[in-house]
Every structure is written in structure tokens, then in C-alpha cells.
Design a protein around this ligand. Structure first.
Ligand code: HEM
Length: 132
């Protein structure tokens, strides 16, 4: 044990098993999203290989892992899609279900849930659809 080991808190990213765990989570997450008839249509013309890579890198940052994300900002990527809050909630629920199924600890889940709340405004578009 070094001084660094003793004083540096272990990130959520390391605790859940690092890159391979994040990759597994992203695979399972998009399986759920693409199997959801309300959400699948958003991804019809999307390159899912690049999409999985981007989300994995972003989830890595959210979990306190190394920051290698070089994609677009959340608002830039999502505002043109006119995503209503109901669809945002469904995507968030698929992510939390995925992480729960993979055995991610409750405090990490709570952190991800909090981040989902914080970034909602960057992803969701309100006021431009009746009833949304
Ligand atoms: C906190 C929630 C979300 C996160 C962290 C997230 C993350 C990402 C990331 C990292 C990208 C790639 C950006 C790029 O290519 O530069 C992306 C693109 C995309 N996201 Fe999300 N996303 C979220 C919510 C949603 C929701 C709710 C939907 C749909 C209901 C959605 C649909 C899409 C689609 C269709 C693209 C591809 C856009 C394109 O290629 O033009 N995302 N998202």
C-alpha cells in the first residue's frame, strides 16, 4: 500500500470494474432502448457502433473514470431530436435498470440518478409539442 492508495478515494468507475463493466452496461442498455417501441425510432439512422462508444466514454466520465469523451455536448446532440420528458424518463429508467441488473451498488446508482436529473434540461425539449 502506498500513500496514494491510502488517500485517493476509489472512483465509482473502478469500483464497478472499469472499462469492461461500462462496456457491458452500454451493450445491455442499448438492447433495452432498441427493444422499446417508443424509443427505437430515434436510432433508426444512427451508427450504433459509434453511439455505444460515445455513451461508454460519457458514462466513464460520470462515474469518475478517465475523461476521453470527444463527442458533441449533450445539448448539441439532442436538441435537434425534440425529445419529450417522457422519453427522457424512459431512457433514464432503462439505464438504471441496466445498472441494477449488473449489480452496481446503490450509492453509484444514486449518483447516476442525480446526474440524470442535472442534465435533463440539456437533452429534453419542452414546449414545442402539444401535451409535452
Ligand atoms: C442523460 C441522458 C443521455 C445521455 C448521457 C446521452 C448520451 C449521448 C451521447 C454521448 C451521444 C453521442 C453524441 C455524439 O455523437 O457526439 C448521444 C446521441 C444520441 N442520443 Fe443520447 N443521451 C441521453 C439521452 C437520450 C434520450 C432520452 C434519447 C432519445 C429518446 C437519446 C437519443 C440519442 C440519439 C438519437 C443520438 C444520436 C444523434 C445523432 O447521431 O445525430 N439520447 N447521446
Amino acid at each position: 500500500m502506498t500513500v496514494t492508495d491510502a488517500t485517493t478515494p476509489v472512483s465509482h468507475y473502478e469500483r464497478i470494474g472499469g472499462a469492461s463493466s461500462v462496456k457491458a452496461a452500454v451493450e445491455l442498455f442499448y438492447e433495452k432502448v432498441l427493444a422499446d417501441p417508443e424509443l427505437a425510432g430515434y436510432f433508426t439512422d444512427v451508427d450504433m457502433v459509434g453511439q455505444r462508444r460515445h455513451l461508454a466514454l460519457m458514462l466513464t466520465v460520470v462515474l469518475g473514470g478517465p475523461n476521453e469523451y470527444a463527442g458533441r455536448g449533450l445539448a448539441e446532440a439532442h436538441k435537434p431530436l425534440n425529445i419529450p420528458v417522457a422519453h427522457y424518463a424512459k431512457v433514464g429508467a432503462h439505464l438504471i435498470t441496466t445498472l441494477t441488473e449488473l449489480g452496481v451498488p446503490a450509492d453509484v446508482l444514486a449518483h447516476v440518478q442525480a446526474v440524470l436529473g442535472e442534465v435533463q434540461d440539456q437533452v429534453v425539449t419542452t414546449g414545442n409539442r402539444p401535451g409535452v
